[in-house]
Design a protein around this ligand. Sequence first.
Ligand code: SAH
Length: 401
Amino acid sequence: MSDVEPTTTSPSVSTSVPAAMTTQSSARPKPGELTFAAPRGGKPPQHLADLDPAERKTAVEALGHKGFRAKQLSTHYFERLVESPQEMSDLPKAIRDDLVAKLLPQLLTPIRTQAADNGRTIKSVYRLHDGALVESVLMRYPKRVTICISSQVGCGMNCPFCATGQEGLTRNMSTAEIVEQVVQAARLLRRGDVAGGAEGAPLRVSNVVFMGMGEALANYNAAVGAIRRITDPAPDGLGMSARGITVSTVGLVPAIDKLAAEGIPLTLALSLHAPDDKLRDELVPINTRWSVDEAIDAAYRYFQVTGRRVSIEYALIRDMNDQGWRADLLGTKLNARGRGWVHVNPIPLNPTPGSRWTASDRGVEREFVRRLRARGVPTTVRDTRGSDIDGACGQLAAATA
Ligand code: SAH
């Protein structure tokens, strides 16, 4: 890797970047306005992780090197998580610099890390080649380690309770930019920079959730490319289990069907947030394109095709969507499709700048959960890690870092 990384701060300390470096270029969207096409900008440099193994060989040969060098580079990047080109001792120095410059350019420069939950949650802010900022959040639990990654700089889906949505869409991230967040997290973990974990639990990233900045299914090819790199066996990829991956979506119905057809056993999470169109039109503006029933039908088809139980996300917002009748309606709509195919994940609303909304009262939350469970719908409230460092769901907005 060509990472001559500017040393990140120790996880317990946070430093800020000069405001001039925070160049996000999108305009704030008007309420309800959706943006699908990412503004065209300079493409990130090509990276090994953008390419499949055959393309890597071709790229190495096009640079005038022997094809087997591609495998060596892949081993360094995906399997050994090498941080410095000096460690690539099986590549003669003369060609190493060229290969690293052309195929392992530094895509993500860490500019800030912040820790919470006694060092078990770490939010990283990265600068991309064009100055854009993205964030990812690493969460260590006793028996698993989850990385929450971004797939776009900003987001075009404009959900009014989400800080990222309020920033608008700056651009899509490339496959390698998405993958690199997982690689950097794996290195953080290996360096011993993340606290917690059970004695003897394996020190590796076990779960990847596409719940950072952006709508992954609106950047479909790059996101699926990243999923392939993350799941391809080492050294072609990171060799993680697809079962540990979750893609969260506002409900882009055609993309959900396309994802189901990829044959990757990952978990789909649907951001429903309301069981009725009137309210969902406001909370998740894409609902004006694909309604509650159309989104739930697509989620159910995803289950039918993949056999993977779908997760329904429901941010509980006080006096907005937390009424008992809405829990009942949600349970009824899910059960109308079948049993055992779905799980509901209420999320206590995390505060975002300028938002007039707050989380539901604990009693109201309990009642919401009780009503769903009473209808036989498995329901667990999401543990909200990192809210004190603006690292929890819906709080990622590096533009304002
Ligand atoms: N674009 C994807 C990923 C978004 S982040 C999607 O919309 O699904 C993952 C989850 O956090 C989504 O369900 C999103 O709606 C939710 N979320 C956004 N803002 C939130 C907030 N302020 N509090 C709690 N959850 C929030």
